[in-house]
Design a protein around this ligand. Structure first.
Ligand code: UDP
Length: 236
């Protein structure tokens, strides 16, 4: 499959058109941003890790019946995906308090929830990705009622599969962000990425952070933490 012109450049990935109208190629970069793009940096080798980890996890999820955009890994940084229209919602699942949840509600990090929490924000950089609920999402026509039900159901199933998988390599899945897309026939499938950029991953025994919080909070050894997750998964 041939990469044609670039149609989009995001903070961590570029998207290219291909000779197949139903396929895109995504290309993962080493660029890292945090705090609505106010903090910028480079995490050496991150693009390669996030590409390979995402593809591995997407295939694992497919094997459990979750539809994803994954088609084929082309190289270290490039992957063929199904063409979708991204639903402009950031879907966040939380198993343990951290990050914005802890800040917003004034609680400490590390509280284990009895049930996972789902949260949506409006994917809109200019507005700072404001938190919203499913009624807001419908009022703004971001998704239909049926699409939101499908997204919730898939997100909780993804959580169960990922939680179990990460626990098997001694990692606690604290929280993560998903994005979904619509294929040309309107089917909702999982899109975007699943990586230490989009998940909080804590070592099960020590609570050591193995994710982008090392970059956000200047904890050092960011590359080493991403590589450690790869090593545990058996990809490093
Ligand atoms: N997250 C993400 N992209 C975003 C916002 C959040 O991938 O634009 C992920 C983040 O890495 C974490 C989870 O979603 O695993 C919950 O993030 P939170 O709302 O606590 O905000 P953050 O502190 O990450 O800005």
């Amino acid at each position: 499959m041939t990469k044609l012109e670039q149609i989009y450049e995001g903070k961590a990935k570029k998207v290219f058109r291909t000779d197949d109208p139903e396929r895109f190629i995504v290309s993962y970069k080493d660029d890292a941003t945090a705090f609505d793009g106010k903090k910028k940096g480079t995490i050496m080798g991150k693009g390669v890790i996030n590409n390979r980890m995402t593809n591995y996890l997407m295939q694992m999820l497919e094997s459990k019946g979750i539809p994803t955009h994954f088609v084929e890994e082309l190289s270290d940084r490039d992957t063929v995906v199904k063409k979708v229209e991204i639903v402009p919602l950031e879907v966040i699942i939380r198993n343990i308090s951290a990050g914005h949840f802890a800040q917003r509600y004034g609680v400490e990090e590390g509280i284990v929830f009895e049930e996972p929490v789902i949260e949506f924000s409006y994917k809109n950089d200019a507005l700072g990705d404001p938190l919203l609920n499913s009624y807001h999402a419908r009022a703004l026509k971001l998704a239909t009622k049926e699409e939101i039900e499908t997204i919730k159901d898939l997100a909780f199933r993804v959580n169960e599969a990922l939680k179990e998988f990460f626990l098997s390599v001694n990692i606690r899945l604290v929280d993560f962000k998903l994005e979904f897309g619509r294929t040309s026939d309107g089917t909702i499938i999982l899109a975007d990425e699943i990586s230490p950029d989009t998940c909080r991953l804590w070592d099960k025994d020590t609570d050591e952070k193995l994710d982008k919080d090392r970059f956000r909070r200047d904890l050092g050894n960011v590359e080493g933490a991403y590589q450690e997750v790869m090593r545990r998964i058996g990809l490093g």
